[in-house]
Ligand binder design. Structure first.
Ligand code: HPA
Length: 238
């Protein structure tokens, strides 16, 4: 096992879907995978491996925030030879171009985290998604409905503080194309790049920072399910 994942080598599939919430990991495994087996319960951060349409796939909780996500991503890439991680999470909409329940496929992620500024000694690294996964996710989302306007491919912001001291700073970035805020993608993209592996973050809009609208638990589950299907299709085809 690695420091935070109680799996034996070979227990984890080359493709990992990564929700923040470990109970979502269990729900994905039980809902979408056949023959799913739990390979870790360390800290309650569940991980499962099963089969989706003939492909071995794992689902691993990451916890909330970039430091937690970075621990799981690093161990999956370094100790378990994982090739692709697709985050499936939620985000807050920062612009009225988005509505609650929309899906955001994150092309790149800005951040206020110090993780990259320390790693790159103050230089401004630009964390981006793997293009193959990004294109496959967009294709999968548009296959049945080419003209749909509830799926967005673009820039997001990975904030370190859910309860931000100065939220106006994030909103300023909206003028420069940022669509939504979450808390993990920037670190995930950077770590994947450092290992020469692939990463993508797909998020459903759970709350709207501009209008104050929120989704119900039932709506969240439904949109979350569609996002998981997009992630599975993208990860197994790209
Ligand atoms: N901020 C940060 N992360 C989030 C939010 C938010 O408003 N909504 C869902 N994830």
């Amino acid at each position: 096992m690695s420091t935070h994942i109680g799996a034996a080598p070979g227990d984890v599939a080359p493709l990992v879907l990564m929700p923040g919430d470990p109970l979502r990991a269990r729900w994905i495994a039980e809902t979408f995978l056949t023959d799913a087996r739990c390979y870790t319960e360390v800290r309650g951060m569940y991980g499962y491996t099963g089969t989706w349409q003939g492909h071995r796939v794992s689902v691993q909780g990451s916890g909330m925030g970039q430091p937690s996500c970075a621990i799981y991503a690093t161990e999956l890439f370094r100790e378990y030879d994982v090739q692709s991680i697709i985050r499936v999470g939620s985000c807050g909409a920062l612009t009225e171009r988005l509505a609650v329940r929309d899906i955001v496929i994150a092309q790149a992620a800005c951040t206020d985290s110090s993780m990259n500024s320390i790693r790159f000694e103050g230089l401004d690294y630009a964390p981006i998604a793997d293009f193959g996964l990004l294109r496959a996710a967009s294709d999968a989302a548009h296959r049945s409905a080419p003209d749909r306007d509830d799926v967005h491919v673009g820039l997001i912001f990975s904030g370190d503080s859910f309860y931000a001291a100065r939220p106006e700073l994030t909103r300023r970035m909206v003028d420069f194309g940022v669509l939504a805020i979450e808390m993990e993608a920037s670190a995930l993209y950077t770590i994947a790049a450092g290992f020469g592996r692939r990463a993508l973050a797909i998020c459903t809009v759970s709350d709207h920072i501009v209008t104050g609208e929120e989704t119900t638990a039932q709506e969240r589950e439904q949109t979350f399910g569609e996002m998981v299907e997009i992630a599975l299709a993208a990860g197994t085809s790209a």
